[in-house]
Design a protein around this ligand. Structure first.
Ligand code: BEZ
Length: 213
């Protein structure tokens, strides 16, 4: 499989998981999905990442997002590891962990980067929309745990910019001012879409209060 690019359809698959076999597109249904991979079970950084995801369960649900993790270990190891995660991170893992022991999903999603490790999957994240399109990706090495607030921030940006003619600037978080798309030039439409007004710092840099707040 060639590298997945933004706008590509997220490959469908059937794979075993900690909650039984997952038929991916069917499982995703009409939800957004955050699919994220891990190097291995019983590793320290991954343990904290999965605990953090479980702790943010309500935040993912509020945004209509289903998280799904992947590790290349089998289901019985996942079950033991989930016990450790729940114990040490004081959480309840309530999302599936794909048991990708045969590397089906790892190959489809290009999760093994041989010049980093011949066998371990990297820490990738795929943000997949309800049309099953890949909308954003992140890839980190095994040694760097991800920032799960950033995953929520990316979802917030994707969902906001899907429904309003805006983009989100550097370090934006939900509720901050946003920028009006440069393609939007009609003054009447700008006034209608952004009734709270806007500030033109430069003709191409126009800030406006977040329109859905
Ligand atoms: C970890 O998840 O803690 C980890 C995995 C592989 C290498 C280093 C850290």
């Amino acid at each position: 499989m060639a590298t997945l690019r933004l706008g590509d359809t997220a490959p469908d698959f059937t794979q075993d998981s900690s909650v039984g076999p997952i038929h991916f597109h069917q499982w995703a249904g009409d939800s957004w999905v955050v699919l994220f991979s891990h190097p291995a079970d019983f590793t320290p950084v991954c343990t904290t990442e999965l605990g953090r995801t479980a702790a943010l369960s309500g935040e993912f649900a509020r945004r209509g997002v289903k998280p799904i993790a992947l590790s290349v270990d089998p289901v019985d190891k996942h079950q033991q590891w989930i016990g450790d995660i729940n114990e040490t991170q004081n959480t309840t893992v309530d999302f599936p962990i794909l048991a990708d022991a045969d590397r089906t999903v790892s190959e489809l999603y290009d999760l093994i980067h041989p010049n980093a490790s011949a066998t371990a999957t990297v820490r990738s994240v795929f943000f997949i929309d309800p049309n099953k399109k890949v909308r954003a990706t992140l890839t980190y090495p095994a040694s760097t745990g991800r920032n799960f607030d950033e995953l929520l921030r990316v979802i917030d940006s994707l969902q906001l910019t899907d429904s309003h003619k805006v983009a989100t600037p550097a370090d934006w978080t939900d509720g901050d001012d946003v920028v009006i798309l440069p393609s939007l030039q009609d003054p009447a439409e700008i006034a209608q879409r952004f009734p709270k007004g806007h500030k033109a710092v430069k003709p191409y840099l126009r800030l406006t209060p977040q329109p859905n707040k």
